[in-house]
Design a protein around this ligand. Sequence first.
Ligand code: GDP
Ligand code: MG
Length: 464
Amino acid sequence: MVLDDLGSSLRGTLDKLQGKTTLSEEDVEEIVKEIQRSLLSADVDVDLVMELSDSIRQRALQEEPPAGTTAKDHVLKIVYEEMVDLVGESTDLPLEDQTIMLAGLQGSGKTTSAAKMAWWFSKKGLRPAIIQTDTFRPGAYDQAKEMAERAEVDFYGDPDNDDPVDIARKGLEETADADVQIVDTAGRHALEDDLIDELEQIEAVVEPDRNLLVLDAAIGQGAKDQAQQFHESVGIDGVMITKLDGTAKGGGALAAVDQTDSSIAFLGTGEEVGDIERFEPSGFISRLLGMGDLKQLSERVERAMQETQEEEGDWDPEDLMQGDFTLKDMRKQMNAMNKMGPLDQVMDMIPGLGGGIKDQLPDDAMDMTQERLRDFEVIMDSMTEDELENPRSIGQSQVERIARGSGKEEETIRELLEQHKMMQRMMKQFQGMGDGDMQRMMKQMQGGGGGGGGGLGGMGPFGD
Ligand code: GDP
Ligand code: MG
């Protein structure tokens, strides 16, 4: 949890500015050092970190804080603006007919990302198709086909054809009805000439509107050269960073973005087709700096709550903070969560929670996959009002009845009850947090709070 420590030491440094109206050179130096440490351990390229440090230093010392602004707000604003400048805006992805080709090394996550993007476009009302051209990796066809099925999108591939260029050509024809054609390509362990040749030939046939480079979040300092070579060969218009659900913060990919003069399009945050997010600078910056992101969290929570409320009538998150946490509460929360994203990601965004409560939870506590949530839904549908209100009253005979009614295994029902107990315990802990971050978070969610507007609206992550 090194990064969490860095985040909190940055926060600590910023806290020392409390009450000050001007910044000394030493103040600025201390902040710059903390930011450097965070970014370097998130694998951000050394040169980029140095450039950023220089701009922050210069601006913090030269620019006059506007009247009524504290030194802390002033420097936060500068840090945030410079960070946004560093990570860039999200890659433009118009919701219209287009062809996208994916490039990247083997294992970077291309095939998974192809399915995720297709899923994402389908949720936007477009009809996507995946064209699988990897004839190099055994099993590539089956994997891609299965993922396309999970994403419920059109698919073309041919396990009996060993000419990727020919597959690409036929694939384009066969999926001509689709709005968005996503061409998945083969990778190699390292950039080899034959991979580049193959990519260039496919590119010539496909004539994509966009080439996206898929990079593993753990890529580190090697990103620059790799991106450069792909860029010279086919031209890179955007980057997808995968495996951000792991420990790597993806900072290395920024060098690729810089090198190709492109931007980040998507983030991959898990192995399922739904584990994809459009890139959003403020959340990414918070992750890089190891600080929670209240802005993104509150927006997501707010959106999810609105949708849940439309479906279920009133639901107030403060209810969760009081009284008993029943299965009914859990169901409402599951619905909201469904829309917010996986629990562990949501928790990562809450300042102060990153390394705390989360580490004390058993691993499977976070295993709230879409599939599991759906199973739980079905099971709850087979429960009586009384069982939903008093889950403790559910004994073996009820479990058997619910299993029969829902068509689910008794084991799954016991898992649901376990999960509920666990969440109940967690809620108790939140309740015990008193005036801490959690309550502030709840307030923010309710206040409709993207934070105080103005240039500092995006400053949630650094909130004081
Ligand atoms: P490709 O060789 O570039 O096509 O890579 P794959 O799509 O086959 O992915 C390689 C491995 O990484 C597979 O086991 C994927 O399930 C996994 N993977 C891909 N994206 C993610 C992600 O965002 N999170 C996690 N945890 N695993 C991922
Ligand atoms: Mg693949």
